[in-house]
Design a protein around this ligand. Structure first.
Ligand code: BTN
Length: 243
């Protein structure tokens, strides 16, 4: 897979999407600084812009069969990142469908975007942002609604380059498996790190108790009307009670 590093760009996802639209092959593009980082549901992805490499921001561009079900992809990506950075599985947890938490605060997020391509293929961009350094004292903590955790609290020696070198091969292997097997092989791994399991949550407007995920990566929400499978796309999950 080709690798490219940019000192600065708007969004590595935008760069990767354009690369696929231009007919490019597999690419990993990272940036020391994003000026217009994007999150899910039209939100901005904020990092402490005072320091370059305060966060690791990168995107992987691949082409996959157009008919492949991508509903569990962000969960498989989350499991892969968490297992690579926290192999003992004790501190990094996953919040369906796309958040990584460390010790109860948001460590990072995943943004998957697609672009139609010819020949029954689909361009898929997996954008990952991970906070590396703690916020400086003067930072506006109110801007980080889910809190802010830094990878350096787990591994004080974590740098952008070393973290990317760990994640790149793991993500490549995960994508090869996902293309043939879909999400099902990660269902149990997600369960071990599921931040919401057994907690009262709200998914969109629907309240309930989170009961794990299906083999397709849908959140299983226990409601008065039974267990409802919820798909990630436009939905986000709010935790309403502590474990
Ligand atoms: C979220 O938490 O809603 C997802 C955040 C995803 C951020 C990453 S940073 C690299 C890539 N480029 C972007 O503009 N967004 C993703």
């Amino acid at each position: 897979m080709e690798r490219r590093h940019l000192a600065e760009c708007g969004s590595t996802n935008t760069e990767a999407l354009q690369h696929l639209r231009d007919g490019g092959g597999p690419l990993l593009v990272s940036a020391s600084r994003q000026t217009a980082g994007r999150g899910r549901l039209g939100r901005a992805w904020l990092t402490d812009q005072a320091g370059n490499d305060a966060a690791l921001t990168f995107s992987v561009a691949v082409t996959l069969p157009a008919e492949l079900d991508l509903s569990g992809l962000s969960l498989a990506v989350g499991c892969t990142v968490a297992d690579a950075l926290d192999p003992d599985g004790e501190r990094i947890r996953l919040k369906w469908p796309n958040d990584l938490f460390l010790d109860g605060a948001k460590l990072g997020g995943i943004l998957i975007e697609t672009v139609p391509l010819p020949d029954q293929r689909r361009g898929v961009v997996i954008g990952i942002g991970l906070n590396l350094q703690p916020l400086p004292p003067e930072a506006d903590r109110g801007a980080f609604a889910s809190g802010h955790a830094a990878l350096q609290s787990l591994d004080p020696s974590a740098t952008a380059g070393a973290t990317l070198d760990r994640l790149a091969p793991a993500l490549r292997a995960m994508l090869a498996d996902f293309e043939t097997l879909g999400f099902a092989p990660w269902q149990a791994a997600f369960g071990r790190r599921d931040l919401a399991a057994g907690r009262r949550v709200r998914v969109g407007d629907q309240p309930g108790v989170a009961r794990g995920v299906s083999p397709r990566g849908e959140l299983l929400l226990e409601t008065a009307a039974g267990v409802l499978p919820m798909s990630g796309g436009e939905l986000s999950l709010r935790l309403e009670t502590s474990p």
